[in-house]
Design a protein around this ligand. Structure first.
Ligand code: MG
Length: 267
């Protein structure tokens, strides 16, 4: 099931179930509206259906408290910065105010001269949890979406720690929707790719993660409580690179979809 948040006719964001023409027996690309918040409890179809083209998708989730991101979780990405993989997962936080949705602009700040894309698989947490053993990780996962861990590479080096370089408003595009029916075995081997203006930049598979999803959830919840709607970014493969105002960046993950955002100079 694909759960999206969308705005129609400039109303408030609503949740809906996305049905694509490619689905067996599916409808033309459309959203079936649901009542309530699927992260908070049971939902019901309202009976309303709108064409996907007639709505504006927004971030499928606003993290309740935080985005926890993982650094250097693909060996080839660590190597492109002359680094090695850490001996345990390397974490940092992105504020929930950095989250934007599909199609919304990544704002190029005046303080940087080297803004990078990082395409990543994102985990959406479904329940309050702390100290989750790896073998129970599936119990706390609501679903998966796509993220772009936008980074000011120059400020990351200058500041030594990464809260500014990765925490600007608009630096965490999420979407286009949350897929809830992928098992841990399936997400452990998905193709992930990034294009800039249609040109291939990153191409890898989630099977090359150093630390898999169960270990990441175990590690993150060893030090912090995760709330429903919190998000874990699982790290980026090699091939990261610069974006400029006017560019369009797309991250595609097999079985989930494509997240596309324009880059726009911040006023
Ligand atoms: Mg990253």
């Amino acid at each position: 099931m694909r759960i999206a948040r969308y705005v129609a006719d400039d109303g408030d964001p609503r949740y809906g179930i996305v049905e694509l023409e490619q689905d067996a027996g599916g409808h033309p690309d459309s959203i079936a509206a649901i009542s309530g918040d699927p992260l908070a409890g049971a939902v019901n179809y309202t009976g309303e259906r709108v064409a996907l083209d007639d709505v504006r998708l927004v971030s499928p989730v606003i993290p309740r408290s935080k985005v926890v991101a993982i650094g250097k979780n693909y060996a080839a990405h660590a190597a492109e910065f002359n680094s090695t993989v850490p001996t345990e997962p390397l974490t940092f936080l992105k504020p929930n105010t950095s989250v934007i949705g599909p199609g919304e602009p990544i704002l190029y700040p005046p303080e940087t001269e080297n803004l990078h894309f990082e395409g990543e698989l994102a985990i959406v947490i479904g329940r309050i949890c702390r100290r989750v053993p790896a073998e129970r990780a599936a119990d706390v996962i609501f679903g998966y979406t796509i993220a772009n861990d936008v980074t000011c590479r120059d400020l990351q080096a200058k500041d030594k720690q990464w809260s500014r370089a990765k925490g600007y408003d608009s630096f965490c595009p999420l979407g286009p929707w949350i897929v809830t029916n992928l098992g841990l075995d399936e997400v452990a081997d998905l193709e992930i790719s990034t294009t800039l203006n249609g040109e291939p930049r990153q191409s890898s598979t989630t099977s090359l993660m150093v630390y898999g999803i169960p270990r990441l959830i175990e590690f993150v919840t060893s030090f912090t409580t995760l709330l429903p709607g919190d998000v874990i970014l699982t790290g980026t493969p090699e091939g990261v690179g610069p974006m400029l105002p006017g560019d369009s960046v797309s991250v595609t993950i097999e079985g989930i979809g494509t997240l596309t955002n324009p880059v726009v100079a911040e006023d």
